[in-house]
Write a protein of this length. Structure first.
Length: 171
């Protein structure tokens, strides 16, 4: 019998989401960042109130250009290759992390099942001992005078076994 699995913590859900659908996106973004963009200068614009804004083209109305920031140079072939390699390493690392998380979840599930089985076994054992105590009490109550000492000994033994294995006796 398997028990329903609880939802993993949010951190694990995030990593799973990345592993399932986001790793390709991460690699694509990394590669896209490495490819040369359309070279445009960026204008730094200030309003009369002192607010700063940046624009890819001319400054918006009501602002004045303060300075022009040149477009960054296109990455070299070596930089692009290094970015591709980092993206591949990131994908491999995320996949390894996902495998590690899955293995940990499986281990925890096995431990939980084992603990539940042990608890069931202990519960059954205590029920048997409780029945044994009840039977010993009944035997003592019905025992004739010459058998009372033996019945008393059996009851004490049954009670001590119950207390030892299951805790205090229930009245």
């Amino acid at each position: 019998m398997s028990s329903p699995r609880a939802d993993p913590p949010p951190r694990r859900q995030c990593w799973r989401a990345l592993a399932r659908r986001g790793l390709g996106g991460i690699a694509a973004l990394t590669l896209a960042a490495a490819w040369p963009a359309a070279a445009q200068d960026v204008q730094r614009c200030e309003s009369p109130e002192g607010k700063v804004s940046y624009a890819n083209g001319p400054c918006p109305p009501g602002t004045t250009p303060v300075r022009t920031l040149p477009a960054p140079a296109a990455p070299s072939a070596a930089d692009r290759k290094a970015a591709e390699q980092r993206a591949q390493q990131d994908v491999r690392a995320a996949a390894a992390l996902e495998r590690k998380l899955k293995a940990e979840e499986e281990r925890l599930a096995r431990e939980q099942e084992k603990a539940q089985a042990q608890a069931k076994k202990q519960e059954a054992h205590c029920r048997r001992l409780e029945l044994r105590v009840r039977q010993a009490r009944e035997e003592l109550a019905e025992a004739k005078l010459n058998k009372q000492a033996e019945a008393q000994r059996r009851l004490k033994r049954a009670e001590s076994l119950y207390v030892e294995d299951c805790g205090p006796l229930k009245p």
